[in-house]
Design a protein around this ligand. Structure first.
Ligand SMILES: C[S@@+](CC[C@H](N)C(=O)[O-])C[C@H]1O[C@@H](n2cnc3c(N)ncnc32)[C@H](O)[C@@H]1O
Length: 281
């Protein structure tokens, strides 16, 4: 795909779907730096094409936050690339994909890619990034098991849920893990989680950007030491892997964050990325 001249797209989103513009804005801001931790030219292009008051709504993107969102995306990319090395003809299902442009970062020329999101945000994505070839889309709630019917059968499948599960209820998270384990034998699910204190803060309405934009309520949070309990969601969860963020730039993301993630009181109370692998039958 090559950038062309297009009319600006005006997204009319609120609540959780609007958060896809926030993560896009952060990745694009990081990508615009001369020394980004994640190359993402499509994120910058999409921001240019959207007629949306990013700065007025979210406040200016600041380096540490933008870098953290880009590092999270880079951690997901690493899991997807490893999956595609193992299964070059595999399928990736991106739940709640919003305006993520991971496909263009990790495409190996053979992967089948299915985007699943709610109808309104998906309309915005389709206007900007119409499905074609190996990229398909489905308007479906991730909690509705019917999306599994759109996944090509008999291909290894990796499900990604980046920036999604915190917006589900705890039982819905367990049900989704069980659904994936039962539907994709030998496959996996990679997702991120916010720590419990952070999720609780959103529920009290305490977390706002400097511009006053409130983070939507997050019913589900998980501390790092609760990972092992994810196995309880389904007996077909065979492996639980902690996925570290790649080392970033500067004192915070380059030096302190990797150390704090490894040990100390904050190691348990930070955002995490986790990969679950499922038994093959
Ligand atoms: C924080 S954004 C993350 C977007 C993208 N994954 C990223 O990391 O930039 C949350 C996304 O989840 C989608 N979403 C929220 N609830 C959903 C649900 N129940 N089923 C499917 N998608 C959902 C929203 O529409 C939005 O695109």
């Amino acid at each position: 795909m090559t950038p062309q001249r297009h009319h600006p797209v005006v997204p009319d989103l609120s609540g959780v779907p609007e958060t896809m513009l926030w993560t896009l804005f952060q990745r694009a801001s990081e990508a615009a730096r001369p020394d980004p931790v994640l190359e993402d030219p499509w994120a910058m292009e999409l921001c240019r094409r959207l007629d949306y008051p990013f700065v007025a709504r979210f406040g200016p993107a600041y380096g540490l936050l933008a870098q953290s969102i880009a590092l999270r995306a880079a951690a997901f990319d690493g899991v997807v690339r490893a999956f595609l090395r193992e299964f070059p003809y595999g399928t990736v299902v991106a739940l709640g994909e919003g305006l993520e442009t991971a496909f263009w970062r990790v495409d190996n020329g053979r992967v089948q890619w299915l985007t699943v999101d709610l109808p309104e945000p998906l309309r915005v994505r389709e206007t900007l990034l119409p499905a074609e070839g190996r990229r398909r889309v489905l308007a479906c709630d991730a909690r509705d098991p019917r999306w599994t019917g759109a996944v090509p059968p008999a291909r290894p499948t990796l499900v990604t849920a980046q920036g999604l599960l915190m917006y589900l209820r705890p039982q819905e998270v367990r049900d989704l893990i069980a659904l994936c384990a039962c539907s994709f034998p030998g496959g996996g699910l990679v997702f991120d989680a916010v720590p419990r204190w952070f999720a609780a803060g959103t529920r009290r309405g305490r977390l706002r950007t400097p511009s006053g934009y409130p983070a939507p309520e997050m019913p589900w949070g998980m501390n790092a030491d609760q990972r092992a309990r994810l196995r309880e969601a389904d007996p077909r969860v065979a492996e639980v892997h902690a996925i570290p963020l790649p080392p970033g730039r500067g004192l915070v993301w380059g030096t302190l964050a990797p150390r704090l993630a490894a040990r100390g009181p904050l190691s348990n109370r930070r955002p995490t990325v986790t990969l679950l692998r499922f038994t093959s039958r």
